[in-house]
Design a protein. Structure first.
Length: 388
C-alpha cells in the first residue's frame, strides 16, 4: 500500500540498512510521514530485533521488532553476493536517502561507502548513525546505548551522589540519536532543494548524549560549576500510603512556603535551616526527612490535590502500564492498533502530531522478506533474477 500523495515525505525513497533501535527509530519516522522505506535484511534472521524475545510466539514478528518497523517494506538480500549487490545498487540508483547504523567501515567494505554511491547518485543523502563518530579513537568501537550513557557522563550524574551508579533502563541514547538522525535527513532534503546535491550526514550516540546535557555542559565549560536539576533541594520523589509523588518546587517566589501550606505544616521557609537556597542545599537531608514523614501519612491523590491547590508542579509516579492506560495517552493518539501478519499490533504512535498528516499504520511490520519479489520487480529484476 503506497503512501497518500499528500503526506509530507510521499515520493521520497529510503534504502534502510539499519537495525535494532537508533536507525529504525529514524526510518520509522520517515516512513510514518510518507517515505517509501525499503528495509534491507539479511537472509534467515533479518534485523537483530526480530529475535529480541527468544521463542516468541510471533516468531520473527515480536513486539520489539514491531515497535519500530511499521510502514516499511522488507527485502531479503545477501549483500555480499553479486546478485544481491546488483539489486542494492539498482535500489540506491532510485533512492533519495540511504541510512545505516553499522560500525565505521562496514558499508565501505561492502562496497556501499558514500564516495562510491555518490558517483552513482549525486543527489543521494547518505545518513550514518554511529556509536562515537566517523573518525577518532572510538570510531571502530561498537556503539550501544548503555556505553553511550557511560562515556558521555550521563551515567555518572545522579540526583543524589550517595546513590550507586546504575544503567538507565530506557534506551535514552538510541532514541535521542534516532531523532537527531531524522532531523539531519530532513535538513539535507531541504538543502538539496536549493543545491541539487546530496551529502553525507552523521549522528552518534555520544554526541546526542552530550547535546542532551547542553545546560549542564555549558555551566561546566563556562563556570566550572555543577548543575544538577535532579538534586535541587525542593524537588524529589516521596512515597505515600499507596504510591509516590514527584514534586518540583520551582518557578515561584517562595515555593517552600507553598509546599509547607500544601503539607499542612508550619512554614519551613521561616526555619533558619531553610530560609534561602544555600541553606536548603546544605540541609537538604533534614528537609527531605520532613517531607517524607508527611507524605507517608496519606494517599497520592490526597497530596496531589493539596499540592495542585498551591499551584505546585507535581505528578504521580506511574508504571508504564498505568501511563499507557491513561486517558491523556488515548486522547493524544499514542497507542496505535492494526491487524498484523500474525497478531493484533499494538504499539506507541508518533509523538509528532500533524493535523494535515495524521500517522496511520499503512503497512504493518513485515514478515522477513515479505516484499522482496515486489521490490525486485520495481527495479527491473524479474522472477528469474529474484529466484537467484
Amino acid at each position: 500500500m503506497s503512501a497518500p500523495a499528500d503526506l509530507p515525505l510521499s515520493g521520497i525513497r529510503v534504502v534502510d540498512f539499519t537495525q535494532v533501535m537508533m536507525g529504525p527509530v529514524a526510518t520509522q519516522m520517515l516512513a510514518d510521514y510518507g517515505a517509501d522505506v525499503i528495509k534491507i535484511e539479511k537472509p534467515g534472521t533479518g534485523d537483530l530485533s526480530r529475535t529480541a524475545f527468544p521463542n516468541d510466539p510471533a516468531g520473527l514478528l515480536g513486539p520489539v521488532y514491531c515497535s519500530l518497523n511499521r510502514n516499511k517494506r522488507s527485502i531479503v538480500l545477501d549483500t555480499r553476493s553479486p546478485e544481491g549487490r546488483e539489486a542494492v545498487l539498482r535500489l540506491i540508483g532510485t533512492a533519495d536517502v540511504v541510512v545505516n547504523n553499522f560500525r565505521a567501515g562496514v558499508m565501505e567494505r561492502l562496497g556501499f561507502g558514500y564516495e562510491e554511491l555518490a558517483k552513482l547518485n549525486p543527489r543521494l543523502i547518505y545518513a550514518v548513525g554511529t556509536g562515537f563518530g566517523l573518525v577518532g579513537p572510538y570510531a571502530h568501537k561498537g556503539g550501544q546505548d548503555v556505553l553511550a550513557q557511560a562515556m558521555s557522563g550521563v551515567m555518572h550524574r545522579r540526583s543524589d551522589a550517595h546513590l550507586p551508579l546504575s544503567i538507565y533502563p530506557t534506551t535514552f541514547a538510541d532514541y535521542s540519536a534516532g531523532m537527531h538522525l531524522v532531523q539531519g535527513v530532513l535538513l539535507a532534503l531541504l538543502q538539496r532543494e536549493k543545491t541539487g546535491r546530496g551529502q553525507r550526514i552523521s549522528v552518534s550516540l555520544l554526541d546526542s548524549m552530550l547535546a542532551a546535557q547542553t545546560q549542564e555542559a555549558a555551566a561546566h565549560l563556562m563556570r566550572g560549576r555543577e548543575v544538577n536539576w535532579g538534586a535541587m533541594p525542593l524537588s524529589g520523589v516521596f512515597e505515600t500510603t499507596d504510591g509516590a509523588v514527584v514534586l518540583v518546587g520551582a518557578f515561584k517566589a517562595n515555593p517552600l512556603r507553598d509546599i509547607s501550606a500544601a503539607l499542612e505544616i508550619d512554614d519551613l521557609s521561616q526555619d533558619p535551616r531553610f530560609t534561602a537556597h544555600p541553606e536548603q542545599v546544605a540541609n537538604k537531608a533534614a528537609l527531605h526527612a520532613i517531607f517524607r514523614a508527611r507524605f507517608a501519612t496519606n494517599t497520592t491523590a490526597h497530596w496531589l490535590g493539596r499540592l495542585e491547590a498551591q499551584d505546585l508542579l507535581c505528578a504521580p509516579v506511574r508504571t508504564l502500564a498505568e501511563a499507557l492506560a491513561d486517558e491523556q495517552t488515548a486522547i493524544n493518539g499514542m497507542v496505535m492498533e492494526a491487524d498484523g501478519a500474525v497478531e493484533r499490533i499494538r504499539v506507541v504512535g508518533s509523538p509528532v502530531h500533524m493535523e494535515a498528516a495524521p500517522v496511520t499504520i499503512r503497512l504493518p511490520p513485515a514478515h522477513l522478506g515479505q516484499h522482496t519479489r515486489e521490490i525486485l520487480d520495481e527495479i527491473g529484476l524479474g522472477a528469474a533474477r529474484a529466484a537467484e
